[in-house]
Design a protein around this ligand. Structure first.
Ligand code: OGA
Ligand code: NI
Length: 203
């Protein structure tokens, strides 16, 4: 059902905002896993400050999030469930929208208090690297989140890059999908620690 809705939205609008029916225990476990790894930063679970584009240097004035890439072989059961969902979604994207996706990649993400990510796009149209990002997704893991807590995701119009088409509050279980090359977007300054899973389906 949710997959049908995502496909329909991507086809008609290029983006989709959904409430995923994960149980609160599942969300809690995903969130706990991220925060444990983040706050007890061992080398095994290293969270890194994210770089910008192909430039690995950290630019705190552009983005302030910390990331930890997930590896297929090292998923905990809660992460595995999300992974399975993403696999299924990938197969539907290929079968029904003919996107020719090879795979996806995903990282756990923490935005510490008072950080943000300035307006950007996730994939340049003319690039020809080995992974071309087709669909971006973010799954939010924050219980109790209101507009006052900041950290909203703004999606901008494909043709009018000053016009916001959707503002998303990063609340638990909410997920956003959009065409990576088409939607400039930004994360407003968060007033609280903000946790999510972020990733890309690529060809
Ligand atoms: C990104 C991004 C948005 C969000 O990581 O590229 O734009 O809401 N994230 O976390
Ligand atoms: Ni982005």
């Amino acid at each position: 059902m949710i997959i049908e809705n995502i496909l329909k939205d991507i086809q008609s609008a290029g983006f989709s905002v959904q409430e995923i029916a994960f149980t609160s225990d599942h969300i809690e476990d995903l969130r706990g896993g991220v925060l444990n790894a983040y706050h007890n930063n061992s080398s095994e679970s290293a969270f890194k400050r994210a770089g910008v584009g192909r430039d690995p240097t950290v630019q705190e004035d552009i983005r302030g999030d910390r990331i930890h890439w997930l590896q297929k072989e090292k998923l905990n059961p809660s992460q595995q469930k999300v992974w399975d969902f993403l696999e299924t979604l990938k197969n539907h994207f290929n079968k029904e929208l003919f996107l020719g996706l090879k795979d996806f990649e995903t990282h756990m993400t923490v935005y510490p208090k008072n950080t943000f990510y300035k307006k950007h796009i996730d994939q340049f149209k003319d690039s020809n690297g080995d992974k071309i990002r087709k669909i971006s997704f973010i799954i939010y893991l924050n219980e109790e989140w209101t507009n006052e807590d900041g950290g909203q995701l703004n999606l901008y119009d494909t043709n009018d890059q000053e016009k916001i088409v959707r503002t998303v509050i990063p609340k638990s279980g909410r997920a956003v999908f959009f065409l990576s090359a088409d939607f400039p977007h930004e994360v407003l300054e968060t007033k609280k620690e903000r946790v999510s899973m972020t990733g890309w389906f690529y060809t």
